[in-house]
Design a protein around this ligand. Structure first.
Ligand code: ADP
Ligand code: MG
Length: 700
């Protein structure tokens, strides 16, 4: 149960003075909690996006047009628009000892202006000064105050992100009301850490950002904002550490193999493992042998050879007398894994079955029976592996390919199919270290950074669509030389059928030119037809494969040397990198042609430039992060991974490691969060709504 100390913060915004049902709905939209109503806390976490500096208080003589200024003036006269011309401006003339200024209003009631700016009175007027007809003017001053109110006029005013129907003033008033509700909370950060960084308390930090003393005080880099961001990062790392401690309950089992199956597989490989593959296999085997559960991420660029590492991990578990499962995100990939693995497994005496939505009837029933009775060592499949009818005799290792396509709960669902299941996640997205920490906590990481030997660099070019004919010519030459070509048409998401029509049209045009050498795969095709088309292409029966992005992930045809991406400007960097990784897998030199529609926007231009510049997946991932923001890199926007509200990865990302260490240390000293600091950390978890982790504390 949430401590009652936090109740005022979790009350609805409607509980704040001056906020009725209409504004309540607008605040719900503004703070964007997916339709849920906004709470006082959400208003406090709605931080300014900029500030207006009202600290300039010049004499009229010294005003620089275009600047925001606050001037002290005496009102001379009002000039209302002539009767009947309500749209003409209402002008008020004023002066100080050094000059004159006109205050201009449109559509303002006369009575209101006469009260606000009475003739003969002194007023402090704040707004942007401009030049009009050679005279200083201020159109609709932001603020007008009397002398005695001057010290209530903020020198620096926060500017908030708004939504239609809600003004900056209204948001500002709600924030002020919310600040008044801030309870005094115990400190959850280490006092020494706070002192070293000169960070204020949580409540003071919120006040400092919402009532900035200078523009810098409300910037994400400020000590106050940094403290709030660190609070959020610490909450998330603490929650992840708790989840992990739970998943890693030492009820894990030791899986110590004798290396016999692994040795047989390695000796039947037509190549030698790279050093990083060997290290990954060793690290995994060491994890498996430990009495705690494994939770390891295997990161490797496309083509870096993750599949064989996964197979060797499975073999290690099988040596220990248990079973393994390898789950892929798509049917095609599951089949491809199966095709790669089956012969290697057969050579080593490892029994493998394929289980996808397409295996049905008697064969499927037989596979399920064999799996349940332990006659199958390794099940390769899609999410069909989650189905209730699928049971293992003794599942010891779940391997999940392309993790970011699955939600975290699915990862756990597969792990529940056995007792103390170790988990290995394969990802082709070279996730920057900061993001690994953010989303997976202190999950262990193995990286395959070397490309297998003999790989040639890929010649990457950006070509405008106006040169389509040249590209078709080049494709023709490649086919004549016996090479194979992928031609990818984008999915634009609004309507799949329109996209498929575009791919079909390209297919028809290329077919008219190259005849039966051309084939087509797209997402709407039946699985068997897709596989058949892929198989024909892999076997060389067809030479040009027109595809929607179904080939994006993992498909391996070493003879393919040309990748054409049509409308490359519509793809993200990570996607382009994945697509390009489909070629350059054989000994021949490969080409990637990025066909774009001119003119290019700034981001698209930057993406294509980066693609030409580098094929280092880690660098591309970092650039992608920079260009698109963190959510997209992992595709988490779709799978609804909770984001961060205050922390910005570009500004505060460097603190994630510290937050992780801090969380680990706090839990090592106080595993049940019972000390005074532990109690305060519980509040922090509630405050950032990571309190699900607290339930785990109770369960353990
Ligand atoms: P990915 O990491 O993209 O899943 P794969 O496991 O599909 O990569 O491997 C890509 C290709 O590289 C496969 O054809 C595989 O047989 C080959 N391969 C893997 N490891 C090596 C190696 N050490 N030396 C040479 N080729 C390798
Ligand atoms: Mg793969």
């Amino acid at each position: 149960m949430r401590p009652s100390l936090l109740d005022p913060l979790f009350a609805g915004v409607g509980s704040l003075p001056g906020i009725g049902p209409k504004q309540e709905a607008l605040f719900a939209r503004l703070t964007g909690r997916g339709g849920a109503s906004a709470r006082v806390l959400d208003v406090l976490f709605h931080l300014p996006s900029a500030t207006i500096d009202r600290s300039k208080r010049p004499l009229l003589r010294d005003v620089v047009p275009g600047e925001t200024v606050t001037v002290a003036v005496t009102i001379d006269r009002h000039r209302a628009p002539p009767p009947g011309r309500t749209r003409a401006p209402y002008r008020i003339y004023a002066h100080d000892a050094t000059g004159d200024i006109v205050l201009t209003y449109f559509n303002a009631p006369r009575g209101y202006l006469e009260k606000l700016l009475p003739v003969g009175a002194l007023r402090h007027v704040s707004g942007v000064a401009t030049l009009w007809d050679g005279m200083l003017q201020m159109v609709h001053p932001d603020r007008v105050v009397e002398e005695r109110e001057l010290d209530r006029l903020p020198l620096v005013e926060p500017v908030y992100p708004l939504t239609e129907g809600l003004s900056g003033r209204q948001v500002g008033r709600a924030v002020e009301a919310a600040l008044a509700r801030l309870p005094s909370l115990p400190e959850w950060q280490e006092p020494r850490w706070l002192a070293a960084r000169r960070w204020p308390s949580f409540a003071d930090a919120l006040r400092a950002v919402h009532r900035p003393e200078s523009p810098a005080a409300a910037a994400p880099e400020s000590p106050a904002w940094s403290r709030l961001a660190y609070d959020e990062l610490l909450a998330s790392q603490l929650a992840l550490a708790l989840v992990r401690a739970h998943v890693r309950r030492p009820r894990g089992r030791r899986n110590v193999g004798d290396g016999r199956l692994r040795a047989r597989i390695v000796s039947s490989l037509p190549y030698a493992l790279t050093a990083s593959q060997r290290k990954a296999v060793d690290d995994i085997a060491a994890d498996l042998a430990k009495p705690e559960r494994m939770l390891r991420l295997l990161q490797g660029d496309v083509g870096s050879g993750k599949t064989v590492v996964a197979l060797l991990a499975a073999a290690a578990v099988v040596e220990a007398g248990r079973q393994a499962a390898l789950m892929a995100p798509t049917e095609i990939l599951a089949r491809q894994h199966y095709a790669t693995i089956a012969p290697l497994a057969a050579a080593a005496g490892l029994r493998v079955a394929l289980i996808t939505g397409r295996e049905r009837g008697r064969e499927r029933a037989e596979a399920e029976r064999a799996l349940a009775e332990g006659e199958i060592d390794l099940a390769v499949g899609t999410h069909a592996l989650f189905q209730e009818t699928v049971a293992f005799k003794d599942l010891g290792l779940a391997i999940i390919d392309e993790q970011h396509r699955f939600g975290v709960h699915q990862r756990l669902a597969l792990a529940r199919k056995g007792e103390a299941v170790d988990v290995l996640v394969l990802t082709a997205t070279p996730i920057p270290r900061t993001l690994v920490l953010t989303y997976f906590g202190d999950m262990d990481v193995s990286q395959l950074r070397e490309k297998p030997a003999g790989r040639q660099p890929i010649d990457t070019r950006a070509v405008p669509l106006s040169r389509l004919d040249d590209v078709v010519e080049a494709v023709g030459r490649a086919i004549d030389e016996g090479q194979r070509v992928y031609w990818v048409c984008p999915l634009v998401a609004e309507s799949e059928s329109i996209d498929i029509a575009a791919a079909e049209e390209r297919f028809a045009a290329l077919k008219a030119r190259f005849g039966r050498a051309v084939d087509l795969v797209h997402g709407r095709m039946k699985g068997a037809h897709k596989d058949a088309a892929m198989a024909r292409f892999a076997a060389g029966e067809t030479r040009v494969l027109v595809a929607t992005t179904v080939i994006e992930v993992g498909v391996d045809v070493p003879e393919a040397t040309v990748m054409v991406v049509e409308h490359a400007e519509r793809f993200g960097l990570a996607q382009l990198h994945q697509l390009r990784g489909r070629v350059g897998r054989g000994a021949k030199r490969s080409t990637c042609l990025l066909l774009y529609k001119a003119p290019l926007g700034a981001t698209a231009k930057a993406r294509l430039a980066i693609m030409r510049e580098t094929d280092d997946g880690f660098r591309i991932a970092e650039e992608d992060l920079r260009l698109r923001g963190e959510g997209d890199v992992l595709g988490t926007r779709q799978s609804g991974m909770p984001g961060f509200r205050l922390a910005r990865l570009d500004v505060h990302g460097a603190m994630i490691e510290a937050a992780r260490d801090d969380a680990a240390l706090a839990l090592a000293r106080d595993p049940h969060l019972e000390t005074p600091r532990g109690q305060a950390l519980r509040l922090l978890l509630y405050l950032f709504e990571r309190d699900e982790a607290i339930r785990l504390l109770r369960a353990g």
